[in-house]
Structure formats: C-alpha cells, structure tokens
Design a protein around this ligand. Structure first.
Ligand code: FAD
Length: 403
C-alpha cells in the first residue's frame, strides 16, 4: 500500500491539485491519498490514461510489467512481461478505481498562479480553483512537434505526425517514408514493413543507439537502472562494449554505430532505441535507411544527400514538446529548453508548493521513475501540510490563551 503509518493524516484547507490524469498524475494522487492528503486530479480529456488510449495499436511497454507498476497496485501476471497498450489503459482505469482517486475529467488547466500562500488554477468553464499545492503531470510527450521543414506548408502529399498513426492498414501497398529513428519511428517503420506497406524508408538524421529489449532473459531496462547513477563517461564506454557484444552492426545498411556515447545522448534527451523489429526489418531490406529530410519541393521530399523521393505518405516521428509555457511560463520555473528546473520532491525556489513529475526521460524507464517521484512528492507535500497545520494550531492555541 501507499500509506506510511508513521505520518498522521493531514488536512490542508485546500486540496492539492494534480494536473493530468496519466500514470504520473494518478501515481502522485494515490501516494497523497495514502498519506491522508486530499488530491484532485484534473484531466482535460474524458478519461484517465489519454495518451495511452491514443498510441498506436501494436505498442507494448518496453519496460517490464514488474518495473512499470505504480505505487500500491501491481500489474496482473496475465498482462505478460511486455504489457500491451490496451492493458496499460485497463491498468490505469483500475488504478484510479482501486485507490478511489478523485478525478475530474473534461477540465483543462490553462494557467497557474500563486496568490498569497495558495495556488490558483484557471481552468475550463472559467473555473478558478484554489489549491494548497499543485503537481504538474501534463506529460513529456504533450504536443506533437514537426520541424519547420522548408516547403512543408505547400506539400500536397499525406504528411502526419506519428501521434496520428494507429496501424499499417491504411498504408497497405503504399510507399511510406517514416522520419526519425527514435523508439516511435523505429517501431512504426517495422510495423509498416510487417503490415503490408509496399516500400518503407526510414529517414535518419542522428544514428540511434539500438539495444536489445532483452539479452538472455535480462531486460535492457535493468541495465539502465544499474548504470543510472554511474558517471556519464563510464556508461558511454560500457554501452559501447555491450553494443559490440549484443547489438548487430548495421553499418552496411546505413545505420553505423553512433559516435556519441549512450549516456551522453541520454543527457541530450535521446534514449536508446529498444529493438522490437527494426534490426530484422533493416537486415532483410524491408526497411531502407535514407538520409534526413531537408524539406519539401514540388510534391517531393528532399533528403540531406540531395536525393528527391515521392512517397505516398510521410509519417513524422519527430518528437513532442512539453508545452509548459502557457501553464507556468510566467513563473520563472522553466529552463531554456522549456523543461522544469526541478522535478520530484523539490519545488522551484520562487514557487513553493509547485511540483513537477514526468519531465525527464530516464533510461531506467519512465513508469518506474513516475512511481518513485510520486512517493517523494507525496512525502514532501504531506510534510509541508503537517507543518502548516501545526503552525495554524499553535496560532489558535496562543489566541485561546490570550482570551
Ligand atoms: C510511444 C510511447 C511509448 C512509451 N513506452 C514506455 C514504456 O514502455 N515504459 C515506460 O516506462 N515509459 C514509456 N513511455 C514514456 C512514459 O511512460 C509515458 O509517456 C507516460 O504516459 C507518461 O506519463 P505522464 O503521466 O507523465 O504523461 P501522460 O501519460 O502524457 O499524461 C498526461 C495527461 O495530462 C493531460 N493533460 C495535459 N495537459 C493538461 C492540462 N493543461 N490540463 C488537464 N490535463 C492535461 C493529458 O490529457 C494526459 O492524460 C512511452 C512514451 C511514448 C510516447
């Protein structure tokens, strides 16, 4: 359970508002409830787990079932080791129900401001909600991001962001260009290749690190957890050795080994690609690796090596923006990349009571980190609330004595 018996329940005057009903927000709300702190989750869509409802059909967690469970509820064994997307959604629904979480759906928060010692949230329908603390859990992958490719606006062909991709059916017999070789691009390319597309090309700007999901039963995620706290140069060297032993050399197919280390890349925001079919698809020629996209011209896609191609469809797996600026941009709590300056139990100095979860991209698995941060945030908020309750009581006692 999420309850900590040593900490008595605390009841601040206003609830803690958690913005976002994904795994991050739900985990914090459950951990808070376990400590007797009232938490209200505000979710803009009509149900919890909106991101997971919208992901492509074949997606499975590439982190293990056990290492992806949120505080206070295991994932059932029947989900298997690599949990399917639909089961993740089921789990999140069950999670909210099991912990009896207060989730208000259909409410989007547009802005957060500090007023006196409290937090004011401006939300759908002109709502003005007052909270004792706020946890922002609106997601690392919030808003689809397309590079500002020249000629993109005038391009007449089909061009979608990976968020809109569901399955290969609409692309049967078609020539498709997938742009971006992160986990999403790699998996969509393999999905299309196995799902009847006539031709699949993968445009690669930065060669990714590719790791096996498991080696002799040992999940890559466990290695990620073990090396997480080691110095970057050590992990870079270790990653290079492991890659030589465990990952095939795809240089001949246009995917040489990266010259920047695995941990250095992760620091820059790119986690390694977990292979769920790309390696085989590339080796068998079902996915062809091509140069990065430079722009669009006259109905064609122009690649960085000067080649021009005319695919039937372009699927841009080019990432997401955090899009936190409208929400908290005025508070001085974001860095130059638009990410929060703190995460977990820490609040920005100028914003006590404002917490963030889910804005890092660790190699140890995001669900796992969301679970860890949820406990830390709940502990910090409960302590803060207990201190505030104590101070109020002391003030009241002093008043009574004077009377
Ligand atoms: C394709 C893909 C595969 C992944 N696979 C794994 C994996 O295998 N293992 C792993 O550990 N991690 C994985 N992740 C990373 C991460 O675990 C997930 O993205 C996870 O859903 C993050 O949870 P979250 O709660 O932080 O954000 P989200 O799940 O994105 O939830 C954010 C919620 O906030 C809501 N929201 C946003 N803005 C507002 C607002 N202003 N007001 C109210 N509500 C708002 C959204 O509707 C959404 O429901 C994957 C990510 C992607 C994109």
């Amino acid at each position: 359970m999420v309850t900590t018996p040593h900490e008595p329940p605390v009841h601040p005057a206003h609830p803690v508002y958690v913005i976002g009903g994904g795994p991050g927000g739900l985990a914090v709300a459950a951990a808070l409830r376990g400590r007797g702190v009232r938490a209200v989750v505000l979710e803009k869509s009509d149900a919890v787990g909106a991101s997971w409802r919208a992901h492509y059909d074949r997606l499975r967690l590439h982190t293990t079932r056990r290492l992806s469970a949120l505080p206070g509820l295991k994932m059932p064994r029947s989900f298997g080791r690599w949990v399917a997307r639909a089961d993740v959604v089921r789990y999140l629904e069950k999670y909210a129900e099991h912990h009896e979480l207060e989730v208000v759906t259909g409410v989007e928060v547009f802005g957060v401001e500090r007023s006196g010692g409290e937090w004011v949230l401006h939300a759908t329908g002109g709502r003005r909600l007052v909270g004792s603390a706020v946890v922002v859990a609106t997601g690392f992958n919030h808003t689809p991001s397309l590079p500002g490719w020249p000629g993109m606006e005038a391009y007449g062909g089909e061009l979608i962001h990976a968020r809109a991709y569901r399955n290969p059916e609409p692309y049967a017999g078609k020539d498709v260009l997938v742009v971006g070789a992160g986990n999403t691009g790699a998996e969509i390319a393999a999905d299309l290749a196995g799902g009847g597309a006539e031709r699949v090309r993968l445009a690669v700007r930065t060669v990714p690190h590719i790791v096996r999901r498991t080696t002799a039963g040992w999940p890559a995620q466990r290695t990620g957890i073990l090396v997480r706290r080691l110095p970057v140069p050590v992990v870079d060297r270790l990653g290079a050795v492991l890659a030589r032993v465990a990952a095939p050399d795809l240089t001949a197919y246009g995917l040489p080994r990266p010259d920047t280390g695995l941990a250095t890349r992760q620091r820059q925001g790119a986690i390694p690609v977990q292979d769920v079919g790309l390696v085989e698809a590339v080796r068998s020629g079902k996915v062809e690796v091509v140069a990065a996209v430079e722009g669009f011209e006259g109905g064609e896609v122009v690649l960085a090596d000067g080649t021009r191609i005319a695919p039937d469809a372009v699927i841009a797996a080019t990432g997401y923006r955090r899009a936190l600026e409208p929400l908290v941009g005025d508070l001085g709590v974001l860095d130059e990349r638009g990410r929060p300056v703190v995460h977990g139990a820490r609040c920005p100095r100028e914003a006590p009571g404002l917490y963030f979860t889910g804005f890092t991209n660790p190699i140890s698995g995001m669900f796992r980190e969301l679970a860890i941060d949820a406990e830390k945030i709940a502990r910090a908020i409960a302590r803060r609330a207990a201190r505030a309750t104590k101070a109020t009581k002391a003030a009241e006692d002093a008043k009574t004595e004077r009377v």
